[in-house]
Design a protein around this ligand. Structure first.
Ligand SMILES: NC(=O)c1ccc[n+]([C@@H]2O[C@H](COP(=O)([O-])OP(=O)(O)OC[C@H]3O[C@@H](n4cnc5c(N)ncnc54)[C@H](OP(=O)(O)O)[C@@H]3O)[C@@H](O)[C@H]2O)c1
Length: 258
């Protein structure tokens, strides 16, 4: 069982739920996020469960700071598992509108470069030790891209491809790569936009499912199953049917509603 675990995005949502899920006596958790107050709330709950915490408020886009933290942590507690949960979403500012390019650029920076900065320093060490787990966060949106979040869906599809490629690349090295593809999970991210959110589940329920998938070293940990199957099946529909199905997932930015 993984004992030394680093989790980005630990100040909120799924990252926080995973930190609490993995907190046991004997474990050392490296918790990363930007908001110090919320990160400390997570750290406190993890400590209460008996784990040792090393928390740092860092932006995942800061490559040098991420590298320093990860290498220092690994020197003290060789990392068994790195979970790159930090990410951001965006929906078009008005329904049917076009995404703001500056925001889209930031999203790709956080969701792609931020993830690379989280795993790149550790992957070679894990391969040398011939042990370790690398966990990326895709989304069911990678397979069924919602119309109002093209950049988000594209970033998540890229992460699915990256995860599967590196999983194969590291095959035989003792290092497994998994990509988590949730449907709708009740977190601040999901609360930031209004849309149809079928089968939405709690972050705690999602964290338990992710842990079960990681215990089995699954390549793709996608849930809930009916939504995942529907997302894969719609890829094979004739385009008019696919379009009609995906138009049910129109989304509105909550800020635009207020
Ligand atoms: N919730 C869902 O329905 C859902 C569905 C599919 C996939 N996902 C994926 O699951 C992952 C976790 O999402 P969530 O729902 O838990 O979202 P969340 O509650 O909004 O949490 C996002 C986390 O990412 C961190 N983060 C964002 N930008 C960052 C940056 N530049 N540097 C460092 N940390 C940064 C945030 O830190 P601060 O708050 O401290 O800034 C926060 O801890 C994401 O990759 C998301 O795409 C979520």
């Amino acid at each position: 069982m993984a004992r030394n675990i680093v989790i980005s995005g630990a100040s909120s949502g799924l990252g926080r739920a995973l930190a609490i899920e993995y907190a046991v006596s004997g474990a050392t958790l490296g918790l990363l996020g930007r908001n110090e107050e919320r990160l400390e709330e997570t750290a406190q709950r993890v400590r209460e469960k008996g784990a040792v915490v090393c928390a740092a408020a860092l932006d995942v886009r800061d490559r040098d700071a991420m590298r320093s933290f990860l290498l220092e942590f690994d020197a003290a507690a060789p990392i068994d598992c790195v979970i790159a949960s930090a990410g951001m979403t965006m929906v078009t500012p008005v329904p049917g509108g076009v995404e703001d390019l500056t925001k889209a650029e930031k999203l790709f920076d956080v969701n792609l470069n931020g993830v690379m900065n989280t795993i790149a320093p550790i992957a070679p060490l894990m391969r040398r030790r011939r042990a370790g787990q690398i966990v990326l966060f895709g989304s069911i949106a990678a397979f069924a891209p919602p119309p109002d979040s093209p950049s988000y869906a594209a970033s998540k599809a890229a992460l699915v491809a990256f995860a599967l490629a590196t999983r194969t690349l590291y095959h035989g090295d003792g290092v497994s790569v998994s990509v988590v593809c949730p449907g709708f999970v009740d977190t601040p991210m999901a609360g930031s936009f209004a849309s149809w959110k079928p089968l939405m589940m709690s972050a705690e329920d999602a964290a338990r499912r992710i842990r079960r998938g990681l215990d089995r070293r699954k390549a793709i940990i996608a849930f809930p199953l009916p939504l995942y199957l529907a997302a894969r099946l719609q890829q094979w529909l004739p385009d008019p049917l696919r379009t009609a199905a995906m138009l049910r997932f129109r989304a509105v930015n909550q800020a635009a509603i207020r």
